[in-house]
Design a binder for this molecule. Structure first.
Ligand code: ADP
Length: 319
């Protein structure tokens, strides 16, 4: 399969990004043709500090390399280094309805928090262009991206029926840990929420212990298991396996669960999993990252330009 996925350089990556998307990238790169992108043009659709952006781009790439993206197996590049993404987004804009973009839940949520802009509104079309320009068949992302991948499929189908068969319909590839909640149990874990609600990939062992110790749970004996508790037991499953998660679910059902036992177990498991990632990350230099990104963009030049040429011909723009 040809795989495409992206991640925004908009702050620290957390275990939600890791479990929902990045860990799956590492598995998929073993047997597929993978393209992974640092989507800086997406990151500028909300308020951001321009002076910090270059470092954020370097850091995001380091995180991707540290979790195990191998530039010898996969292509890792930065979105704005390939101008064909923005060009295809414009062409796709002409077959996108205002209504379908207005229904996007991520747009509605972000528009409430940030200034509304045409860029924020058009975010899903740029994402469709990211995927379709490489004619990807699979898109490994977290559940919050379902609606966006659906739009990419709709646009592929619409383009094909209007202008002739061009794009495969990209499939959504979800992981078992497709939606990790924040440590407060309120909505998805996100880097735009307070740092106490997420575990960053580069949090120190003590910070991880503290954050998990303060994570919200229910009292342990109400009839309903709270979402916050379910989420923590889900993290136990992700970091230590099914058996320990079943043990804690059973204890919770019996009303005998001890969070004072479960939380340190979870914290130590996260620390153990992140330790080699943090070690690897510290060894990657900025200059190494820059050359990986520019090599990646060069490798994609031919295929990206070929798709643009084909589309322009089909749309009647070649004279
Ligand atoms: P964020 O939402 O933190 O800004 P991005 O939009 O850059 O992160 O998302 C990068 C990838 O991580 C996407 O595939 C997204 O679906 C996934 N992801 C983000 N948050 C979560 C979460 N809480 N649980 C599972 N996957 C997530």
């Amino acid at each position: 399969m040809k795989i495409f996925s992206g991640i925004q350089p908009s702050g620290q990556f957390h275990i939600g990004n890791f479990l929902g998307a990045m860990k799956n990238w590492v598995v998929l790169q073993k047997e597929n043709d993978c393209i992974f992108c640092i989507v800086d043009l997406h990151a500028i659709t909300v308020d951001y500090p321009p002076k910090e952006m270059p470092q954020r781009i370097l850091d995001a790439t380091k995180d991707a390399l540290a979790v195990g993206i191998d530039p010898a197996k996969s292509i890792l590049f930065r979105q704005s280094d390939r101008p064909e993404h923005a060009e295809l987004a414009w062409l796709l804009n002409t077959i996108t309805n205002m209504g379908e973009l207005s229904r996007m839940t991520q747009y509605k949520e972000k528009a409430e928090k940030h200034q509304e802009s045409v860029g924020l509104f058009d975010y899903p079309v740029l994402m469709a262009a990211d995927i379709l320009i490489y004619k990807a068949d699979g898109v490994p992302v977290g559940e919050d991206q379902t609606q966006h991948v659906e739009l990419a499929r709709d646009l592929a189908r619409r383009f094909n029926s209007k202008f002739g068969q061009t794009f495969p319909e990209p499939k959504l590839l979800l992981t078992p840990t497709k939606r990790i909640l924040g440590l407060d149990g309120q909505g998805k874990m996100s880097k735009s929420n307070p740092s106490s609600t997420y575990i960053a990939l580069n949090d120190s062992p003590d910070t991880i212990r503290q954050k998990i110790a303060l994570a919200t749970t229910d009292a342990g004996n109400e009839p309903e298991i709270s979402n916050a508790t379910k989420n923590l037991i889900g993290l136990i499953e992700a970091f230590t396996g099914k058996e320990r998660a079943e043990y804690y679910f059973e204890a919770r059902r019996q009303g005998t669960i001890k969070y004072s036992e479960m939380k340190p177990e979870l914290a130590e498991a996260i620390i153990k999993e992140l330790e080699p990632i943090q070690k690897k990350r510290a060894e990657i230099s900025d200059s190494n990252v820059k050359s990986i990104l520019s090599d990646g963009a060069k490798k994609l030049e031919g295929v990206a330009q070929k798709t643009i040429k084909e589309i322009k011909e089909k749309m009647g723009l070649v004279i």
